[in-house]
Design a protein around this ligand. Sequence first.
Ligand code: UT7
Length: 324
Amino acid sequence: MIRRSVVRGTGHYLPERIVENAFFEQQLETSDEWIRARTGIERRHFAAEGQTTSDLGIEAAKAALANAGLSADDIDAIVVATSTPDLTFPSVATMIQGGLGMSRGFAFDVQAVCAGFVFALSTADAMIRAGQADRILVIGAEAFSRILDFTDRSTCVLFGDGAGAVILEVQEGEGTNQDRGILALDLNSDGRYRDLLYVDGGVATTGTAGHLRMQGNLVFRHAVEKLAATAHRALDKAGIPAESVDWLVPHQANIRIIEATAKRMELPIEKVVLTVANHGNTSAASIPLAMSVANSEGRFKTGDVLVAEAIGGGLAWGSVVLRW
Ligand code: UT7
């Protein structure tokens, strides 16, 4: 028997303020038509003034605990993926821990930008398999609206705020790919591409938070090439053929990237969880948000094979295969 990390519950939170594409038409040379056609995005949520990443994460965490029928005392650790922390330190994870009234266990952040949730899941899975924790709250939470340059039409229309949470719980498995839980992961990064997508400020440079800069068409090309490849590698490691995949839960950056990846994986679009139209790109929050929305609609059945994949700044990219 081996230790497996099985999904026990999911939750998400989106800030109240919904910003339609029309909002950008008023201040920039752009159109709802362009944004929909090139990205699939129709609207996104923006955090209210004073509402922070940890505020969003706390709400998502509470929703996941309720979904799992657990309380904060049942959790051994919190791992948060974010690139938009409330403060330089302490971690958003410790702020969420405090917000949940949880004084035991441990909490920390990981940062791999839009791929952050896959890296956070991998970290949590490794800790569960090593016996360091039995239940881990894994959260993706972002307030990307705070680092957008609202005069740059090529980036500010793409991103949104939100948080998603997944509770992983240890369960004994046979060690085969019929086990429930995380079956395989594939992580990658290549720092030669760090200038394709970055924030032009930071603690040790400008001393400011900075603004997001992206060479979108180059990132697009890397995404189309690398996402299906990482998904195939993770499926190979799990010994599961692509035709056995029940659900693709992709990073929600651009409908055209998602469609191209599904096509390369020979998956019909009905098997793809899509939230990009309503959420935009919420970076590290996008996969757990999509997973929680689909789960709340009862779309995943016990035993289903899910593949999640993401790419972002670094470049960093990766995928996970899990059995629901
Ligand atoms: O989550 C992290 C990973 N990030 C991504 O996956 C994003 C990847 N990239 C993309 O999704 C796409 O590249 C974009 C949506 C950012 C851009 O789409 P594109 O089809 O690659 O367009 P482009 O960058 O090649 O630009 C085409 C044209 C340009 O005009 P010219 O130079 O052809 O005259 C842009 O200036 O579209 C123009 N453009 C816009 N026009 C109206 C760029 N942004 C806008 C806009 N409204 N908001």
